[in-house]
Ligand binder design. Structure first.
Ligand SMILES: Nc1ncnc2c1ncn2[C@@H]1O[C@H](COP(=O)(O)OP(=O)(O)OP(=O)(O)O)[C@@H](O)[C@H]1O
Length: 622
C-alpha cells in the first residue's frame, strides 16, 4: 500500500471509527454479566425490528415512485420537492419529533381521529422512523434512476410498453442495486432512530429507547446487551449489503441442462410493405429549434449532418418521443401524428444501441409488446446471433450488441426502422460488415429505414434519398444522385466530405481563375469578375505525369499543370494530392495503379461538367 499522507489521514479516520467498537467488544467479551436477562430487552428488540421493517416498507412503496418522478422531471416544482424531502436529514431528530407532534399528537385533529393511538404506540414509532429515514431511500433511489440511460425508456416505448410497464419492467430492475442499497440504509436508520421516537412513543420501548433507559437506571453495564444486539444487526446488514448477486454466466446451447428453453421454429416475418416517411416537424427543445419537412419518395432515407444539427431530434420526433406537438408525421401516407409512440409501430435503434440491462439476448428480442417468439427467433438467426441467446448485454461485443438492438427493433415487425448512427461506435471491419448486413435486409426483406449518420458514404450505401441538415434546418434534400452529384451549396459539399472546395473568380462563361490557374468549368451563367466557390469530387479528378512541353501533342498537354505533394496508398485505392497554381491543393482519388512520386510535375484533368460552382456570397458580391 502506498504510504502517502492521504493513506495516513484515511487510516486515522478508520481507527477513530473502529477503536470504540473494538473497545466495546473487548469489554463485552470479558464481562461477567452482559445483561441479556434484563426484562424488556427481547420486547424492545422485536419492537425495533418490526417498526423498522414496517416503516421501510412504507418508505419503499411511496418513496420509490417519488424518487422516479424527481429523477425524470426538471421542473422547478420537482426541484423544490427534491430539496424539501431532504429536510428531515438536516433537522435534528428531536426536532423532527416535535414537528410530528403538531400533526399526530393526542390533542391534534388527526390524533383525536385515531383516539390518541398515533403516539405512545408502535404506530408512533413507525411514524417517527418513517419521517426520519425516508430521505435516505429517496436520495439513493433518485440517484439510481437518474443514472439510467434515458434511451432505455425510449427503447421500451417504441417496443410498445406503456409508462407503468416501463417503470416496472425497465427502470425498476435497472436501478435495483442502487435502490437495494438505499433500502438497507433506510432500514438501518429506522432501526437506530431515537430522537423523534422518544418524543412520539416513549412506550413501547424501541431498542435505542430501552438502551437509554437502561443507561439512566443502571449505568453502562445494563447497556451491554442491547448495544451488542444492535452491533450484530449492523454487521449482518453490512455483510448482506456487500453480497452481490452472482453474475449470470453465458451458457452455451449444450450446457443449459434440463432448463432448456422450449425450441422455437423460426418463422419469417410477413413481407414488409415499403413505408416512405413524410414529415413536417417544428419542435423546440431547450434553445434548439428544429424545423424540417420532407415528402418522401423513397422508403430508405438518410439524414446527414454535423454533430448537434438535430439529426437525433428528428428521429425522436418521428418515433413520437417528442410528443404530438413536434409536428406532423405520416407513414406511407397515413397520418400518425396523434398516434402514441407505443402504438406507432416504429422500430428504434438508439445511438450506441441501448440494450435492456440484466436481460438475455432472447429476452431482449422478445421484449416488444406482441412480438411473435418465432419471428424473434428468425431475426436472431438472420442476424447471426445463434448461440448467444443466453448472453447478457455485457457479455456481447460491440457488433453483437448492435445486432441485438437491431433484432429487438425488427422482431416486433415495425413499419419502418429508425437507426440513429447505428455503426458509429464500431471498428472499421465490423462497421463495414453490419452496413452490408442492413443493406442486404433492405434488399431482401423490403425493410424501410430512416438512417441518421454523419458519414456521407454510409448515407449513400443505405439510402435512396438524402436529407442534409444543419442547425435544425434542411440544407438540401433529394435523391442520392441529386445531392451527391449537385450539392446545393458549399455547406452541403463540405458536409458531404468533398475535400476540394475552393475559391475563384469568373474569367469567362466556361472558366474561372483560382490561385493564378485557369480552371475549365461548365457554363455557370455568372458574370465575369464574380467571386465563386467551386468543388469537384476527388474521384472525378485524374492526375497524370507531365510530359515536356512540345514533346507531345495537345492531348498530352490537356488539363492543369500541377505538382504532386502527397501520395497515400490505401491498399485498394490511392489518394494523390497535387498543388496547382500559387498554393491551391486538390485531392484526387483513384483505384488505378499510381506511379507518381512526391515533387513530380503532373497534369490534373477533369470533365468540366463534374464541377459544382456557386456564387461566393461570403465575398459580399452576387
Ligand atoms: N434535452 C435537451 N435540452 C436542450 N437541448 C438539447 C436537448 N437535446 C438536444 N439538445 C440540443 O439540440 C441540438 C440537436 O441535438 P441532436 O441530438 O438532435 O443532435 P445530432 O445532430 O443528433 O448530434 P450528434 O451527431 O452529436 O448526435 C443540439 O444542439 C443539442 O445540444
Amino acid at each position: 500500500m502506498s504510504r502517502s499522507p492521504l493513506t495516513y489521514l484515511g487510516g486515522l479516520l478508520a481507527l477513530y471509527l473502529l477503536v470504540p467498537i473494538a473497545a466495546f467488544v473487548v469489554r463485552f467479551a470479558v464481562s461477567d454479566d452482559r445483561g441479556f436477562e434484563a426484562p424488556g430487552l427481547a420486547s424492545a428488540f422485536w419492537t425495533s425490528i418490526a417498526s423498522a421493517s414496517i416503516s421501510t416498507a412504507i418508505i419503499v412503496v411511496l418513496g420509490v415512485p417519488l424518487a422516479f418522478a424527481l429523477a425524470r422531471s426538471t421542473s422547478w416544482l420537482s426541484r423544490a420537492v427534491g430539496v424539501l424531502v431532504q429536510l428531515p436529514l438536516a433537522l435534528p431528530p428531536v426536532m423532527s419529533g416535535i414537528v410530528l407532534i403538531y400533526i399526530v399528537g393526542p390533542y391534534t385533529w388527526l390524533g383525536e381521529l385515531f383516539g390518541g393511538e398515533l403516539t405512545g404506540t408502535l404506530t408512533g414509532i413507525v411514524i417517527a422512523q418513517t419521517f426520519v429515514a425516508s430521505p435516505f431511500l429517496v436520495i439513493a433511489a433518485r440517484s439510481a434512476f437518474a443514472a439510467l440511460d434515458p434511451a432505455l425508456d425510449d427503447l421500451a416505448a417504441t417496443l410498445g410498453h406503456r409508462p407503468l410497464a416501463r417503470f416496472l419492467r425497465v427502470a425498476l430492475p435497472a436501478a435495483s442495486s442502487g435502490i437495494g442499497a438505499g433500502i438497507l440504509l433506510t432500514w438501518l436508520r429506522a432501526l437506530g432512530e431515537y430522537g423523534a421516537t422518544v418524543l412520539l412513543s416513549y412506550h413501547p420501548y424501541s431498542l435505542p429507547v430501552f438502551t437509554s433507559v437502561q443507561f439512566q437506571s443502571s449505568g453502562i453495564p445494563g447497556t451491554q446487551a442491547p448495544t451488542a444486539l444492535a452491533l450484530a444487526i449492523a454487521i449482518v446488514a453490512v455483510v448482506v449489503g456487500l453480497i452481490r448477486r452472482p453474475r449470470r454466466k453465458a451458457t452455451s446451447a449444450g450446457s443449459r441442462g434440463t432448463r432448456r428453453a422450449p425450441t422455437i421454429v423460426p418463422t419469417e416475418p410477413r413481407a414488409a410493405l415499403p413505408t416512405p416517411v413524410s414529415f413536417a416537424l417544428d419542435a423546440r427543445v431547450g434553445g434548439f429549434h428544429l424545423e424540417v419537412a420532407h415528402r418522401a419518395g423513397a422508403h430508405r432515407i438518410a439524414i446527414l449532418g454535423p454533430s448537434g444539427s438535430g439529426k437525433s431530434m428528428t428521429l425522436r420526433a418521428l418515433a413520437g418521443l417528442l410528443g404530438d406537438r413536434a409536428g406532423s408525421v405520416a407513414l406511407a401516407g397515413e397520418d400518425v401524428t396523434d398516434v402514441s409512440t407505443e402504438s406507432r409501430h416504429v422500430g428504434y435503434v438508439a445511438q450506441g444501441g441501448a440494450l435492456l440491462p440484466g436481460r438475455t439476448v432472447r429476452q431482449q428480442v422478445g421484449f416488444g409488446v406482441g412480438t411473435d417468439p418465432a419471428v424473434a427467433a428468425w431475426w436472431l438467426s438472420t442476424l447471426h446471433l445463434d448461440g448467444l441467446d443466453d448472453r447478457l448485454p455485457e457479455q456481447l461485443s460491440g457488433g453483437q450488441r448492435q445486432r441485438v438492438a437491431l433484432a429487438s427493433a425488427l422482431s416486433r415487425e415495425p413499419r419502418v426502422v429508425l437507426l440513429d448512427e447505428p455503426f458509429s461506435a464500431l471498428d472499421a471491419p465490423v462497421r463495414e460488415e453490419l452496413r452490408r448486413e442492413v443493406r442486404r435486409l433492405q434488399r431482401e426483406t423490403g425493410l424501410s429505414t430512416v438512417l441518421v449518420t454523419h458519414d456521407p458514404e454510409e448515407a449513400a450505401l443505405l439510402a435512396d434519398e438524402i436529407l442534409v441538415i444543419e442547425g435544425g434546418k434542411i440544407l438540401q434534400s433529394g435523391t442520392r444522385g441529386e445531392v451527391y452529384g449537385r450539392p446545393a451549396s458549399p455547406e452541403v459539399a463540405r458536409l458531404l466530405g468533398i475535400p476540394n472546395l475552393l475559391r475563384g473568380v469568373v474569367t469567362s462563361h466556361g472558366a474561372f481563375e483560382t490561385s493564378g490557374t485557369t480552371v475549365p468549368a461548365p457554363d455557370h451563367g455568372l458574370p465575369v469578375g464574380s467571386p465563386v466557390l467551386w468543388s469537384v469530387r476527388p474521384e472525378r479528378l485524374r492526375v497524370v505525369r507531365a510530359v515536356p512541353s512540345g514533346a507531345a501533342g495537345s492531348e498530352a498537354q490537356a488539363g492543369v499543370a500541377a505538382t504532386v505533394t502527397d501520395v497515400v496508398d490505401l491498399g485498394t485505392s490511392t489518394t494523390v494530392t497535387v498543388r496547382v497554381g500559387e498554393g491551391t491543393e486538390l485531392r484526387a482519388h483513384t483505384t488505378d495503379v499510381v506511379e507518381l512520386a512526391v515533387g513530380e510535375a503532373a497534369r490534373v484533368r477533369w470533365d468540366p461538367a463534374a464541377l459544382s460552382v456557386w456564387a461566393d456570397a461570403a465575398a459580399g458580391r452576387p
